[in-house]
Design a protein around this ligand. Structure first.
Ligand SMILES: *Cc1c(COP(=O)(O)O)cnc(C)c1O
Length: 398
């Protein structure tokens, strides 16, 4: 039998749960794109987008997913033949560097594997070895959504400063903006890319490139930039249509407006704190389950885990079996184990991910954990006891 006939819960790390308020904001007739309410609304979105990234610098909006923002960020800052230093802690930095390579940017990858964060000693070494200061940029992902590792972005800035290296610090915050703490200006980030469908709780289709004055200066020299991806008219539009290089993504913007309102009403510090507590509840459950049997979180040190997503190893075929059981029998969909093994390798079935990003509360997280416990019980996967009690204790905030 199935117990899945209630409201389904999507616990994959993007797209994330869409708040009813976001959906309702989008449910409206087509607006005028030349004047009136929409035009005013977009002018108000810009400062709120800057506030969630803690920056007083610029933001350009694109009708694109995160991959579009990746390309835009590279195009506005690089010329063909220039070099980038890529700090890889999972699948996403490799994806970004592959894109860079196809644009004619030479990438040197320092790979930290699939279960570790960026090691600053190795960054310092790579920068010191660049005696000509040929790296135009350092590309790093704050939270790699495949491994769920969180990198110390301020630490990368310190490494650049200590080396006296002028490379731009370019950060992918697609997985974790408005989940894990981020402070663009405080941490000296030059370029940041993000999308709307994770912490920003809006259906996929909008992405954002933030840039400061140093990055803006690099834009003057960049020969990769093309007219559609140029961030300049989007960040300093003379006319409304320039924000999006054409017709505005009207309904996404209404959804985003509602999502930014929700973040502002809760308060960004509180949003971060909520993610922190809910993540600790998830980790407490996995710690208890892991006492016996095959379940283990991919990142051992809690300080290095993202509070947006948790990657888990459970051994093949348990990962796929558990995911299937949960979606068919409990109404919860977990994320696949992205990038931990090749999808043709049987080991691929030994991983899954639990997203706890964006519009999630303790009842959703405790419900997901309860369903995982039921699934492991139903499938005979050995696991330690007391996980739900441990998670409930974490959520017992006053
Ligand atoms: C989701 C994600 C991406 C890709 O975003 P798309 O919208 O799928 O293009 C890139 N980087 C990270 C860290 C992500 O989490």
């Amino acid at each position: 039998m199935s117990l899945a006939h209630g409201r389904p819960h999507l616990a994959i790390p993007g797209p994330s749960v869409m708040p009813d308020r976001v959906l309702q904001a989008m449910h409206r007739p087509a607006p005028n794109i030349y004047e009136g309410e929409l035009v005013e609304m977009v002018e108000g979105i810009v400062p709120d987008l800057k506030a969630v990234a803690r920056t007083g610098h610029q933001v350009a909006m694109y009708i694109a997913n995160g991959h579009g923002a990746w390309e835009a960020a590279l195009a506005n800052t690089h010329s063909r033949g220039q070099k980038a230093l890529v700090l890889a802690t999972g699948r996403f930095a490799h994806g970004w560097s592959e894109m860079a390579r196809r644009m004619g940017i030479e990438c040197e990858i320092v790979d930290f594997g699939k279960s570790s964060d960026v090691d600053m000693a190795r960054v310092a070494e790579a920068l010191a070895a660049d005696t000509e200061q040929a790296f135009n940029s350092v590309l790093v992902v704050q939270v790699d959504t495949s491994t769920s590792v969180k990198n110390d972005i301020a630490g990368v800035r310190d490494a650049l400063d200590a080396a006296g290296h002028p490379a731009l610090l370019m950060v992918d915050c697609i997985a974790c903006l408005a989940c894990d703490r981020f402070d663009m200006d405080g941490w000296g980030v030059d370029v940041m890319v993000t999308g709307c469908q994770k912490g920003l709780m809006t259906p996929p289709g909008l992405s954002f490139v933030y840039f400061n004055d140093r990055a803006e200066a690099a834009r003057d020299r960049a020969d990769c930039v093309t007219s559609y991806w140029d961030w300049r008219p989007r960040a300093y539009p003379d006319d409304f249509y320039q924000y999006f290089g054409g017709t505005a993504p009207t309904h996404h913007l209404y959804g985003l407006r509602a999502a930014l309102d929700m973040i502002a009403e809760e308060g960004l510090e509180q949003v971060w704190a909520r993610h922190e507590v809910l993540a600790r509840a998830v980790w407490a459950a996995f710690d208890a389950w892991g006492v016996e049997g095959p379940v283990a979180m991919n990142i051992a040190d809690p300080a290095k885990r993202s509070v947006a997503v948790t990657s888990v190893r459970i051994g093949a075929p348990h990962g796929t079996a558990l995911r299937n059981w949960l979606s068919e029998t409990a109404g919860v969909t977990l994320g696949i184990g992205l990038g931990m093994a090749d999808s043709r390798d049987p080991a691929w079935h030994g991983f899954f991910r639990v997203a706890h990003m964006g519009h999630v509360n303790s009842h959703m997280v405790l419900g997901t954990l309860g369903a995982i416990e039921a699934g492991m019980t139903a499938l005979g996967i050995p696991h330690g006891k007391g996980a739900l009690e441990a998670a409930a204790v974490v959520c017992a905030v006053t």
